[in-house]
Design a protein around this ligand. Structure first.
Ligand code: AHG
Ligand code: MN
Ligand code: MN
Length: 353
């Protein structure tokens, strides 16, 4: 008989992962309780977005089996190729959220103009802005993609949402978040009471609380930027990149570089591990001197989440959340992550341009 101690007896294996069985619905309702004036409309709206995310995740996880990969052959308002999954995600969000009576209108990265609530349906107190599928150039390669959203209270009083309802600074967001369709589907949101993450249990069909009270760790581990464009950057951005790599000797050992090319994936990793993501202005395309990322659909929601997790986001000069948009699809340089790193980027840009 073996004298070896039993591995099983000593193991601390758990049959179930240590995920709290708190559904996203229960969590949102719980947060609502600290706002006695709340009507429940925002709670329901967030749940509608979670439902949209489940429908999109159902398609992304079967991509390759159903006919959703590849391009449509069309260009969107940004002049970018529209992927089939872009259309599917966009239409899902629009269809789920049009008839609920919670919105005065929507705006999407994929639509040139405001998306009105169809005739015959009530309008509501909020507007919803979204990037339906972020990182969609990655869809055909089984790389993580996502959805980003921001919610504002309408400014106009009644009737269809007006442009001023949408052109609000990030400081006025009442909620924001993103969904990442990766090796699992994770929904991250904030209503101004911290940042909370939920993992979709596909068997149960529910988002369950897996990442309560996310705070960006310090010290940071990663910097994330498309360094292939370095030759198009300003001197300040190039020197800041030398700094994060530890080349200038100021940074203790430098940071590791990670770049997926899907903002949601790069942001999510840096949120959990600590780091900075940046997409600076570049001189590559003279028509796009403000970088690539869109203020309303990508940068403001991520800036809000970062701020709620103890981080910071800047356009290289000042807070993203303070920028008052002048058009729906405007772009901005974007630096987001640990506050000390983003402030250092601002200092380099101020000093070297
Ligand atoms: P989208 O797919 O919504 O157009 O966004 C793509 C964005 C963003 O997800 C990512 O950070 C960035 O484009 C990558 O751009 P580069 O390929 O220029 O690095
Ligand atoms: Mn995007
Ligand atoms: Mn997109």
């Amino acid at each position: 008989m073996s004298t070896q101690p039993s591995r099983i007896a000593n193991a601390s294996y758990q049959a179930f992962p240590p995920i709290q069985v708190t559904t996203i619905e229960a969590h949102i309702l719980d947060q609502q309780r600290s706002h006695p004036e709340a009507t429940g409309v925002l709670t329901s709206l967030l749940y509608d977005i979670a439902l949209s995310a489940k429908i999109i995740a159902h398609a992304t996880t079967r991509a390759g089996l159903i006919d959703v990969l590849g391009k449509t052959g069309l260009e969107n308002v940004q002049g970018e190729q529209v992927a089939r999954l872009d259309v599917l995600a966009n239409e899902t969000l629009i269809r789920v959220n049009s008839p609920t009576g919670r919105l005065a209108g929507m705006a999407s990265e994929e639509n040139a103009d405001i998306i009105p609530i169809p005739e015959g349906y009530r309008t509501g107190p909020y507007v919803l802005l979204f990037d339906p599928l972020d990182g969609s150039s990655n869809t055909d390669y089984t790389i993580s993609i996502g959805t980003i959203f921001g919610i504002y209270r309408r400014i106009s009083k009644t009737g269809p949402g007006q442009i001023e309802d949408f052109l609000q600074p990030g400081r006025s967001l009442v909620a924001a978040g993103y969904v990442i369709y990766g090796n699992s589907t994770v929904f991250v949101y904030s209503t101004g009471q911290g940042v909370h993450g939920f993992t979709l249990d596909p068997g149960v069909g529910e988002f369950l609380l897996s990442h309560p009270n996310i705070r960006i760790p310090d010290p940071a581990r990663f910097y994330s930027v498309n360094q292939g464009y370095e030759r198009y950057w300003s001197s300040g951005v190039r020197q800041f990149t030398d700094y994060v790599q530890g080349k200038t000797g100021e940074f203790n050992g430098g940071l590791s570089m990670r770049y997926v090319g899907s903002l949601v994936a790069d942001f999510h990793r840096n949120l959990l591990a600590g780091g900075i993501f940046y997409y600076p202005a570049d001189s590559k395309d003279p028509d796009k001197p403000h970088g690539k990322l869109r203020l309303l659909y990508e940068c403001a929601p991520m800036a809000y989440i970062a701020g709620q997790a103890g981080g910071y986001a800047s356009d290289g000069k000042g807070p993203i959340l303070d920028i008052v948009p002048t058009s729906l699809h405007q772009r901005t340089p974007f630096f987001v992550g640990n506050r000390c790193l983003v402030e250092t980027a601002e200092a380099y840009i101020k000093r070297y341009g």
